[in-house]
Design a protein around this ligand. Structure first.
Ligand code: SIN
Ligand code: MN
Length: 263
């Protein structure tokens, strides 16, 4: 799948791009089926649970199940990533984010790049994430909310957090209480000139988004689950500065080989 010039222009202007029907319902059903395998793997450090005990995120699912290993290599993801980034890419991070019907929790307003820059030593935001929707997703399920064009602002000041914990504590990048969040005034200012956009779409839709775009999501009060895969690709010229005590491989992959795309 090759993106058209108008899609590339839309991404560079807005910091996100929605591509509908990138995956079939049958393909998504298979992913949902495999995901159930993690119910018995909740003890793994890369499986993050909410206070309710439900799984919130599963990192590096490709290490456990073949179907996810085949997912991030798909040409229909790699070609657009290469087009939007202008280079070969490797897999930087892969997670499944779950929001269980009625109880799935929110994500505060944040940019992704601060975690990758400050915690992993990546120099440039030459990265992107591809989010695949596992259900028909509407406003009621707590889809991602974007502030279009906010990726152009670059890295911004963080909201000071009362409970901000030690530097190097990577767990507060994973729960509902995030370490680096965007200041509320900034969001208010930008949202006054550009309306917020919800990442709604039918099952199998893929949403590409920039690491600096401001984004958040609400709790899932609906009776329907909201599951997504979020696959982050990085340019092979933009590697992390490896140092001791760095975040685990399931958050910052160490295999920098360009991905060999499969059909
Ligand atoms: C994220 O910001 O990485 C994910 C938020 C969500 O799953 O709603
Ligand atoms: Mn994020």
């Amino acid at each position: 799948m090759k993106l058209k010039q108008n899609q590339i222009d839309f991404y560079s202007e807005n910091g996100y791009l929605v591509v509908e029907n990138l995956f079939t319902h049958q393909e998504i059903d298979q992913l949902i089926q495999e995901m159930k395998g993690f119910d018995t793997l909740k003890h793994l450090p890369q499986v993050i649970c909410e206070t309710s005990g439900e799984i919130r995120s599963i990192f590096a699912p490709h290490k456990s199940f073949n179907v996810f290993d085949e997912l991030y290599r798909q040409k229909r993801l790699i070609s657009p990533a290469q087009q939007l980034l202008g280079e070969d890419v490797y897999l930087y991070q892969f997670k499944l984010n779950n929001k269980k019907a009625f109880i799935g929790e929110w994500w505060e307003w944040h940019q992704d790049f601060p975690y990758w820059h400050l915690d992993d030593g990546i120099q440039k935001p030459n990265m992107l994430s591809a989010m695949i929707l596992f259900q028909d997703t509407t406003a009621a399920q707590g889809p991602l909310i974007f502030l279009p064009g906010s990726h152009k602002v670059g890295l911004v000041d963080f909201e000071p957090k009362q409970n901000s914990s030690e530097e190097g504590d990577y767990m507060n990048a994973l729960g509902a209480d995030l370490k680096y969040t965007v200041k509320k005034e900034l969001i208010r200012d930008l949202a006054n000139s550009k309306p917020l956009v919800l990442a709604e779409g039918s099952k199998g839709t893929c949403v590409f988004f920039h690491p600096n775009i401001f984004h958040a999501s609400s709790s899932n009060m609906s009776p329907f689950d909201r599951n997504t895969a979020i696959i982050t690709y990085n340019c092979t010229s933009n590697l992390p500065a490896l140092k001791t005590g760095q975040r685990p491989e399931y958050l910052c992959a160490r295999n920098f080989e360009p991905i060999h795309a499969i059909q």
